[in-house]
Ligand binder design. Structure first.
Ligand code: ATP
Length: 279
């Protein structure tokens, strides 16, 4: 019982500036960050800072990234609670795990963002059916709601972010209870957003790797054309395109002792087509 909670994970230097597209969401998260950094302004106006955020949308659209960036912006500890830490096949086991997690959370003395990934798999609504399995599922959702209520009453330092690819599976009473006062739909990026994601990721790579005379990317890249070519792709897919191109270049480099041209538009487009063909 006396085991200390696991140490917080870092936000890996992820910031809201690195997010491509999703302008309205980023603006809202910036406001939430201000509400944490300026409790005096919130108190003066009797404004309540949001402590529960639900993010929903397809995989790879940046929900985890946004959570990390928000924690960074607040200067909060980032604690990701993974589903296997909660779900337990024994009767009552999952409830016990949830209680323990929230008991720890009530003691956090510094701003802390708790991320519950795959939230639907923790608190899926099993319907009003009477069988034991669905009763057990609904019990887990009930405990979560109760614990989150208590936590928010007791500890203003904590912000709970839950993410899901399947919002309609999440127990509705939990969402309606008002504890998730911010609900954000995180869609797949449109053409302009994809171009911006390419730009931001490429800028990040350039900043991290171009030094001395070494050039990583050709300087005549057409980002708009990359946005067009990558129809249907998410940020995670774009990251994968870049990872593959980097790998190809590194292999060429290893063969030739560094005699490699910078990454060209054609190579990027080819890898986009390649990946689109495989997914
Ligand atoms: P899942 O639902 O599968 O957990 P997710 O929505 O949490 O997915 P992330 O894990 O945040 O997605 O995204 C994977 C990676 O893709 C991120 O680490 C980031 O590098 C990149 N990425 C996704 N969306 C964006 C975006 N809009 N701007 C910049 N990078 C992005």
């Amino acid at each position: 019982e006396a085991t200390p909670p696991p140490a917080p994970v870092t936000t890996q230097g992820v910031t809201l500036d690195m997010v491509g597209g999703l302008t309205a969401i980023v603006a809202e998260l910036r406001q939430i960050a201000v509400s944490f950094r300026h409790p005096e302004a919130m108190a003066r106006w009797g404004a309540r800072r949001p402590q529960g955020i639900l993010m929903y949308g397809p995989p790879g659209t940046g929900k985890t990234m946004l959570s990390r960036a928000l924690a960074n912006e607040i200067g909060a500890d980032f604690r990701e609670i993974r589903t296997p830490e909660i779900l337990d096949k024994w009767l009552g086991g999952s409830e016990r795990n949830i209680k323990q997690i929230f008991r720890d959370a009530r003691r956090y003395r510094v701003p802390t963002l708790m991320l519950f990934d795959e939230f639907d798999s923790i608190v899926s609504y099993a319907g009003a059916g009477g069988d034991a399995a669905s009763q057990a599922l609904n019990a887990v959702a009930g405990i979560f709601k109760q614990e989150m209520n208590d936590l928010i009453e007791e500890n203003p330092n904590v912000i709970v972010v839950a993410t899901t690819n399947f919002p309609h599976r999440v127990d509705e009473s939990l969402i309606r209870s008002g504890r998730f006062d911010v609900k954000l739909s995180v869609p797949k990026p449109d053409e302009a957003s994809r171009a911006e994601i390419f730009r931001k990721m490429i800028e990040g790579l350039v900043a991290a790797h171009e030094r001395g005379g070494f050039r990583m990317f050709a300087d005549d890249l057409d980002l708009a054309a990359l946005g067009v070519a990558s129809t249907g792709m998410t940020g995670a897919d774009i990251k994968e395109v870049l990872r593959r191109v980097q790998m190809t270049k590194a292999m060429q480099d290893a063969r030739t002792g560094g005699l490699v041209e910078p990454i060209s538009q054609e190579e990027l487009i080819a890898e986009v087509r390649n990946l689109r063909g495989s997914v």
